[in-house]
Design a protein around this ligand. Structure first.
Ligand code: ING
Length: 301
């Protein structure tokens, strides 16, 4: 019996500072319903989908940014989305900022992505591992990229879970640039990797990379898919958000590294592909048979 999962990358256009969570959930519901109409099994939303990308601003008192975080998921704002997903029997993945408190009252701030299955059950919630950008205000930049001020790095690494008839893993944005992200999941048998991203086109430390953002985006996910025999679903929040132009180009990659489907706009757009998970074995059981061909005995960590 074939294991085809019909996946939708639900790309979002810009979310401005004045857009409420209700406004964004309305847009997400339109994409969810379109995915259901196309008999999708799973719809994947971007990183930090519910709010504008707030790490582009510095606030002296970090508590002044606490309203950009969620305390629980689902919550009042996202309940309609989870209810509609359950009604349509479609799984969903969603990126957001999570605010937690330790038993001793210490605040914890994570950049997370949660995955729920078609029965409306939480599969897992992943914390971003590679936190890019900088820790303190750099006023000379045209905009900040203060993820290292607003989020802690995950202590857990990458997981892979049994879901949608296969082995499903998650990563967030900058994680996709690191080969270790894919191989950590590849060694756990991953067949489908879900990855939301917010990527400004301008990279202040080296502007020569600006025109290469689309190329680098495709390069890393195509290579990661091929070298680990897995599908990779990259989903953007793109377009000009608070004056910052961000990469769109949401794309679904096959285990061959080929592009199965890609976005043609920088706005709200559904990108759909039938992912036959049995395709993965054509690479995992041959070229990338890790047991037979990998040489961890001579790799230097
Ligand atoms: N964003 C970026 C990413 O890795 C970045 C960081 C921005 C890298 C611009 C290169 C250029 O795609 C997040 N959110 O990780």
């Amino acid at each position: 019996m074939s294991r085809v999962v019909t996946v939708a990358a639900a790309q979002l256009g810009p979310v401005q500072r004045t857009d409420s969570r209700a406004d964004v959930v309305e847009r997400m519901l339109v994409l969810l319903r379109a995915a259901a109409a196309r008999s999708c099994d799973l719809v994947v939303f971007p990183e930090l989908a519910l709010t504008t990308f707030f790490p582009r601003w510095y606030v002296d008192d970090i508590a002044a940014a606490d309203h950009f975080y969620e305390r629980a998921m689902p919550n009042d704002a996202t309940a309609p989305l989870f209810a509609e997903a359950r009604r349509c029997r479609i799984g969903l993945a969603l990126g957001y900022a999570l605010f937690g408190t330790d038993p001793d009252g210490t605040a914890r701030r994570w950049n997370v992505q949660t995955l729920w299955d078609r029965d409306g059950r939480e599969v897992a919630t992943f914390k971003k591992v590679h936190i890019p950008g900088h820790e303190s205000n750099e006023p000379d930049r045209p905009f900040q990229h203060l993820e290292r001020y607003y989020f802690e790095p995950s202590p857990d690494g990458f997981g892979v879970w049994d879901a949608f008839g296969g082995r499903v893993g998650m990563m967030i944005c900058n994680d996709r640039r690191w080969p270790e992200s894919y191989r950590s999941m590849g060694l756990q048998g991953v067949e489908l990797i879900l990855c939301g991203y917010n990527t400004p086109l301008h990279y202040a430390p080296d502007p020569s990379q600006d025109p290469l953002q689309g190329f680098h985006n495709q390069l890393v996910m195509s290579a990661g898919a091929y070298q680990n025999g897995t599908f990779v679903v990259g989903v953007a929040k793109g377009g000009v958000e608070e004056g910052v132009d961000s990469l769109a180009e949401s794309t679904i990659f096959a285990p061959s590294g080929e592009v199965l489907a890609t976005a043609t706009t920088a706005g709200d757009e559904l990108v759909v592909a039938d992912c036959d998970l049995d395709w993965c074995a054509r690479y995992k059981d041959t070229l990338f048979d890790f047991e037979r061909y990998r040489r961890p005995d001579v790799y230097r960590t």
